[in-house]
Design a binder for this molecule. Structure first.
Ligand code: HEC
Length: 196
């Protein structure tokens, strides 16, 4: 009896998670919103708010008219004006931590990477969230099976999600590191997106 129990237990450990790993559905909008609202439970990768590059500020944006307007303004005036500088914190779900901390690790299905964008260097005024979810194999072969999403700064709802072409345009350049830039980790050898 004890032996059977042990076998059953071992089978549970070995088989059940791998079955679930294959079939884990994408998080619902509600779950994703909750993840963002409770991001302090995830792993914070940036020690202090990281200053975004100008080429990213203008394009790593959400789809709302205000966001597009702000981005256009920044494109026109550049960020020599300190009020237009942007800063980010980056979080990763616990299952993605190992991949995040290596140069080339591939993230496991279900991992979420979240970028919180601030208008101030202290990281007090959140403007926008952009994120990536590692989906099942075959979901988005062009870009590492990542799904992209955005939320407004108050994290109240998902503004867009899916295989968002705008996001992929830049992130495909980071194939070496599973399409995650890791710029803020000061790994300088990843290429910048072309044309910048
Ligand atoms: C202009 C190129 C560009 C575009 C377009 C872009 N990103 Fe990024 N993204 C970056 C860069 C560069 C970083 C590194 C952090 C920084 O400088 O802001 C980054 C960081 C991120 C991160 C943190 C993980 C990582 O890759 O390091 C997430 C999540 C993210 N972007 C999601 C998105 C989403 C969602 C979109 C579409 C709405 C998007 N990005 C569009 C260039 C881009």
């Amino acid at each position: 009896m004890t032996f059977r129990r042990i076998v059953f237990f071992v089978l549970q450990i070995l088989i059940i998670p791998s079955v679930f790993a294959e079939k884990t559905p994408a998080p619902t909008d509600e779950k994703l919103v909750l993840f963002v609202q409770q991001r302090t439970n995830a792993v914070k990768i940036t020690q202090s708010p990281f200053e975004m590059g100008q080429f990213v500020v203008a394009r790593c944006v959400g789809p709302s008219p205000e966001e597009v307007h702000t981005a256009e303004k920044e494109k026109t005036f550049g960020i020599s004006d300190p009020h237009l500088k942007k800063f980010v914190h980056v979080y990763v779900s616990h299952d993605g931590q190992a991949a995040m901390r290596t140069d080339s690790g591939v993230f496991p299905q279900g991992a979420i990477v979240l970028k919180e964008k601030f208008s101030d260097p202290e990281g007090k005024h959140t403007e926008l969230f952009t994120g990536m979810i590692k989906r099942e194999a075959g979901y988005n072969p062009e870009c590492g099976d990542w799904e992209f999403f955005t939320l407004p700064g108050d994290a109240s709802q998902i503004s867009s999600r899916g295989k968002l072409q705008d996001c992929m345009d830049c992130h495909v350049e980071y194939k070496k590191s599973d399409y995650v830039t890791k710029n803020y980790a000061h790994i300088s050898f990843y290429p910048k997106p072309t044309g910048q």
